[in-house]
Design a protein around this ligand. Structure first.
Ligand SMILES: Cc1cc2nc3c(=O)[nH]c(=O)nc-3n(C[C@H](O)[C@H](O)[C@H](O)COP(=O)(O)OP(=O)(O)OC[C@H]3O[C@@H](n4cnc5c(N)ncnc54)[C@H](O)[C@@H]3O)c2cc1C
Ligand SMILES: NC(=O)c1ccc[n+]([C@@H]2O[C@H](COP(=O)([O-])OP(=O)(O)OC[C@H]3O[C@@H](n4cnc5c(N)ncnc54)[C@H](O)[C@@H]3O)[C@@H](O)[C@H]2O)c1
Length: 476
């Protein structure tokens, strides 16, 4: 315990980032407190990963069981498949309650003090907590800020939470609108279009940029579009943005060309999900009391060790992690950053290796990746002076996928031609979110495709799609 302080570590925000940091701090012997103003578990547990994956799991089963053609190819026939919207919503809500309870108990069991209220830095190594009952100030050797993020709603869009809503309300599945517009084809847009289309809604997917799924590798995005969008009841509008959205019945959406800003058409739909990204929840954190200014996009500036910066200089004993620093808005990235922050405050110099952090969209089939897209790899090659090559393999050549009659998908491995170092791996296909981890481990140790091609994969497994892609690189 640091002499003269109430705690060794105080964490503001009990999302997955704060939780990960707290668990690691306890394992390092630090007396730790965590401050939470809202729901324990933050976005991921209450309004993000957990409820959305519960909805995807249930709606994915409906899709599978209603796919008579696929079932027949396996010799199976079943009758009408029914579902109850409220029962699916209850599954998601119950899972949230369970995981929120488990997370809170894990903190209590380990001796992390949970303080409810709004936390604010009130000077060097000081935090003030405001509750309905008043204010109290505590001191800590170190402070971690993990306040997370909230949905971004572009100007002109009015959210009423009922007919026009963000994922915060969407995960509650309070209605199944007959016709729903989804604004944005990123992670949330894709996952919700998977849920809604499986449950029988008609969708119009609107993307401002010139291609759908702009954040994903191009080959993967094109194939994903052919499987996840085109055959389903989803109309797409690309290069078009929602200039104005008025809630009601119907919801009125004014669309305009993203490049020219010219007005295009007006849609009248039953509901609209706004999935246009997230912004950091970094207001009123008391950062001015220690001379810290937010960056241009309101993220907290940090260095590679997660130390908060003021004018480029480290602010001693102040750290920030998670969505609020804007490096990679993912749950596992937030908790990895929490662990790295604690390691550095313990005097062990460590940084986060973003290149090896995987990401996945839990659609049916799934999309996953780790490392660079082909475009980013070529750009890096140009600045660092190396050539890039790719190797692809397809689920339609994989015995396990063939046995399941589930063969839509591909794997793409991107590597340097000089050293063979793997720079990125992208998978679209069944279980892609699990398959990506061997590639993440390979990238973490900067392995070459030549080494990976000699790894032995069990047969018949889906993981052989990676084996095939590695081996193909040796003969190309
Ligand atoms: C619909 C959806 C689905 C998602 N699915 C996935 C997924 O499948 N996989 C994945 O990796 N990521 C997913 N994400 C992203 C993931 O939820 C976030 O990356 C993650 O929650 C970030 O964690 P965090 O700890 O930084 O912040 P948060 O989870 O946002 O937690 C921050 C916490 O801090 C509290 N807080 C803020 N300010 C204060 C203050 N001053 N005082 C006290 N408390 C404060 C907030 O109340 C909140 O509880 C999803 C997000 C959404 C919206
Ligand atoms: N499976 C997962 O890991 C998962 C799932 C959901 C969310 N998340 C996280 O949550 C964050 C937010 O997700 P998201 O899908 O909202 O953001 P995103 O950044 O992934 O996608 C937003 C999309 O909306 C488009 N857009 C923005 N404004 C628009 C407008 N006015 N009209 C039309 N299109 C517009 C953007 O071009 C972009 O393609 C992501 O950064 C992601 O990291 C992760």
């Amino acid at each position: 315990m640091s002499p003269g302080f109430d705690y060794d570590l105080v964490i503001i925000g009990a999302g997955v980032g704060g939780h990960g940091a707290a668990l690691h701090a306890i394992s390092c012997g630090l007396k730790t407190a965590i401050i939470e103003a809202g729901d324990m578990g933050g976005t991921c547990v209450n309004r993000g990963c957990i409820p959305s994956k519960a909805l995807l799991a249930a709606s994915g089963k409906v899709r599978e069981l209603r796919n008579a053609h696929h079932l027949k190819s396996l010799g199976i026939q079943i009758g009408n498949v029914e579902f109850e919207r409220q029962a699916i919503a209850d599954h998601a809500n119950n899972l949230v309650a369970k995981i929120q309870g488990d997370l809170t108990n894990s903190l209590k069991r380990l001796g992390v003090e949970i303080i409810r209220g709004w936390g604010k830095v009130s000077g060097t190594q000081k935090v003030t907590i405001t509750t309905d009952k008043g204010e109290k100030t505590i001191t800590a050797q170190d402070i971690i800020l993990s306040p997370g993020s909230v949905p971004f709603v572009p100007p002109g869009i009015e959210v009423d939470g009922k007919t026009v809503f963000t994922s915060d309300q969407g995960v509650k599945l309070e209605t199944l609108p007959k016709w729903v517009a989804i604004i944005g084809s990123g992670y949330i847009g894709l996952e919700f279009s998977d849920v809604y289309s499986a449950l029988g809604c008609e969708i119009t997917l609107i993307e401002a940029l010139s291609e759908l799924m702009p954040g994903f590798d191009r080959d993967i995005a094109k194939l994903a579009e052919r499987v996840l969008i085109n055959p389903r009841d989803i109309e797409t509008k690309v290069g078009i943005y929602a200039k104005k959205i008025i809630p009601g019945s119907p919801v009125i959406i004014e669309l305009a060309d993203f490049q020219t800003k010219e007005d295009l058409e007006v849609l009248e739909v039953d509901a609209c999900l706004v999935a246009t990204g997230r912004v950091p929840a970094t207001q009123n954190l008391g950062l001015d009391s220690v001379g810290v200014a937010l960056d241009r996009r309101n993220f907290i500036p940090v260095n590679d060790n997660m130390a908060v910066l003021s004018d480029g200089e480290v602010v001693p004993h102040l750290w920030a992690i998670g969505d609020a620093i804007g490096k990679m808005m993912l749950a596992h990235a937030a908790s990895a950053q929490g662990i790295i922050a604690v390691e550095n405050m313990m005097g062990r110099h460590k940084t986060v290796d973003y290149r090896s952090i995987p990401a996945a969209a839990f659609t049916h089939p799934e999309v996953s990746y780790v490392g660079l897209t082909e475009t980013a790899a070529h750009a890096l090659g140009l600045t660092e002076g190396f050539e890039v090559a790719t190797s692809k393999s397809y689920f339609k050549g994989n015995s396990k996928a063939l046995a399941e009659n589930d063969t839509d998908g591909m794997t793409k491995v991107i590597y340097r031609t000089d050293t063979g170092e793997v720079l990125g791996v992208h998978i679209f296909g069944p279980h892609a979110s699990d398959l990506i981890h061997e590639a993440a481990a390979a990238i973490a140790s900067r392995q070459s495709i030549q080494t990976l091609a000699y790894l032995v994969h069990a047969h018949p497994t889906l993981s052989e799609v990676l084996d095939e892609a590695y081996k193909r690189a040796l003969v190309s």
